[in-house]
Design a protein around this ligand. Structure first.
Ligand SMILES: Nc1nc2c(c(=O)[nH]1)N[C@H]1C(S)=C(S)[C@@H](COP(=O)(O)O)O[C@H]1N2
Ligand SMILES: [Mo]
Length: 513
């Protein structure tokens, strides 16, 4: 007997079919991740999908993600993606029970879509499509192998449950092995810890004044004046941290300039290094939130670097770009007139941590990070606000984004149980560029009372405040407000972070017995 097609279909249950399709989909990602190691990590289908989601997440959702998950918004993304993939796999699995060919076609189409998305990534080359293409081919083969069994005419061997389980295990194991191999090899190929460790932070001719104990009170629970790099908040769109060695790094300054210039890291070391102490703040910070930190930044004055290129007076924006495609639009005036605006290479005396921009980032006092603090910066373009937009401003966030006056209660903790009598209430307040003149506190609906301010370091840094409260039994609300050095009282009008920073007064409820 001659059969036109000497394969027969397996008929796994619905759940088993979904599991098989999930394994095939995992193989697409695993093999794709492996192939991407030899091209560029950003080309991994895994990161392509994640980055596409991140780039298209509406602003309200991005904000909620930060609110709900804090800096763990990337974990939230991974969980969401896994859920979406599980649904897609279930659909493919159900199709495969009827037609393995159609299911393979569906998987292939999804794979090609990812390949197409890969080509739209900011740093994409044509090779970026390859990981998804190779991964999908592997996934399609696996899917067919899971749902079709060759028929052995002589031995009359048909599909068995055991055979299916073996195939399923093999595909899943293959997916994990390929992904893990990709991770390990990738980590080896792109390990920059050595490069970072070998970097000697440049010495500055004129160190900034030291932080004195009057500026940095030590009170349990109160934020210290300088934020250690390990505690410093991290916000960025990077799913995979860029790994850029100093030797690979270049900075191009171009656009509306007299002469385009390109600097490498050695060029920097011939220039004068300076330092400044600056409180950096994220626009996504909620009232009372902790997306702010103060560090000593060492680097090179942006005014001096830009002067070498000769910026046109018509340029009102500096569009900075990171190696992973993130962009920020900084008002040129905020940089050109400010000697503390830096191309920073060190944080608190150490090379920048990779998560904070190694080997170089921007720091501009007084502006929220999304318009000023590009990490892994490789490109500065002098341009105009009527010609260009940046990552977040394209998504509706404000183009002018000076940091708003804010104050926060660090201690006591929310809903703390306290004993009646003297209680230390303390926190920090900031109004970069203006400075903090006073911080006041209100208990329930009582009068606003002055707190004791720690000594000011500069207008661009936050200030600690402390207050001793004679707590009386009952449930009380403590509320804080700051007055900036221009005399403006921090508003109690509630505003969301979108589009230019949250406002409102931080309050905490405590129980006194
Ligand atoms: N390359 C890059 N730089 C970036 C971002 C980013 O997503 N990518 N986010 C910006 C934002 S929104 C903020 S608040 C600061 C945070 O800097 P940090 O992570 O060092 O605290 O980095 C800015 N620089
Ligand atoms: Mo931010």
């Amino acid at each position: 007997m001659v059969r036109p097609f000497n394969y027969t279909r397996r008929h796994p249950g619905r759940l088993a079919a979904a599991a098989a399709a999930a394994a095939a989909a995992a193989l697409v990602l695993g093999v794709g991740h492996f192939v991407a190691v030899f091209i560029e990590p950003a080309a991994s289908p895994f990161f392509v999908l994640g980055a596409t989601v991140v780039d298209h997440t509406p602003k309200w959702l991005k904000d909620s993600a930060i609110r709900w998950f804090g800096t763990n918004d990337k974990v939230a993304l991974a969980v969401t993606m896994a859920a979406v993939m599980a649904v897609a796999a279930a659909i493919i699995g159900l199709v495969a029970r009827r037609s393995p060919a159609w299911a393979a076609g569906l998987l292939g189409a999804l794979g090609l879509t990812v390949a197409g998305l890969a080509l739209t990534r900011p740093s994409a080359t044509p090779l970026f499509a390859l990981p998804a293409v190779v991964g999908s081919a592997a996934g399609m083969v696996a899917l067919c192998a899971l749902f079709l069994v060759p028929v052995d005419e002589d031995r009359q061997a048909g599909p068995t449950r055991r055979g299916f389980l073996l195939a399923l295990t093999a595909v899943a194991a293959g997916a994990v092995a390929a992904g893990a191999a990709g991770r390990i090899i990738g980590a080896r190929l792109r390990d920059i810890t050595g490069d970072r460790a070998a970097f000697v932070v440049p010495r500055v001719a004129a160190p900034v004044p030291p932080v004195t104990p009057e500026m940095d009170r030590v009170v349990p629970g109160l934020t210290r004046f300088i934020t250690p790099a390990t505690d410093f908040y991290r916000i960025d769109t990077a799913l995979q941290l860029p790994s850029l060695t100093r030797a690979q790094w270049r900075l191009r300054i171009h656009g509306m300039v007299e002469r385009e210039i390109r600097l490498d890291f050695d060029d920097l070391s011939n220039r004068r290094a300076v330092e400044s102490l600056i409180t950096l703040t994220c626009v996504s910070n909620e009232v009372g939130g902790d997306l702010a930190g103060t560090a000593l930044w060492t680097g090179y004055r942006l005014t001096e670097l830009l002067a070498e290129a000769g910026p046109s007076p018509d340029a009102d924006m500096i569009l900075s770009r990171s190696v992973d495609g993130f962009t920020a639009s900084t008002p040129a005036a905020a940089v050109l007139g400010n000697p503390d605006a830096l191309l920073a290479v060190a944080m608190n005396g150490e090379p920048l941590p990779v998560a904070h921009g190694y080997p170089a980032r921007m720091i501009v006092p007084g502006l929220y990070g999304y318009v000023s603090a590009t990490k892994w910066v490789v490109d500065l373009e002098l341009t105009r606000f009527d010609r260009a937009q940046a990552y977040w401003t394209q998504r509706g966030w404000a183009t002018q984004a000076p940091i708003k006056t804010a104050s926060r209660i660090d201690v006591p903790a929310a809903f703390a149980h306290l004993d009646a009598g003297p209680v230390t209430v303390a926190g920090v307040a900031w109004a970069q560029g203006r400075g903090i003149a006073a911080v006041e506190i209100q208990v329930d609906e009582g009068p606003w009372q002055p707190t004791t301010l720690a000594a000011a370091y500069s207008l661009d840094t936050w200030r600690q405040w402390t207050w001793t409260w004679d707590a009386t039994p009952g449930t009380h609300a403590l509320r804080v407000r700051a007055v900036d050095a221009t005399g403006s009282v921090q508003t109690d009008a509630r505003a969301t972070p979108f589009p230019d920073g949250a406002t409102g007064r931080h309050s905490r409820v405590v129980m006194v017995r």
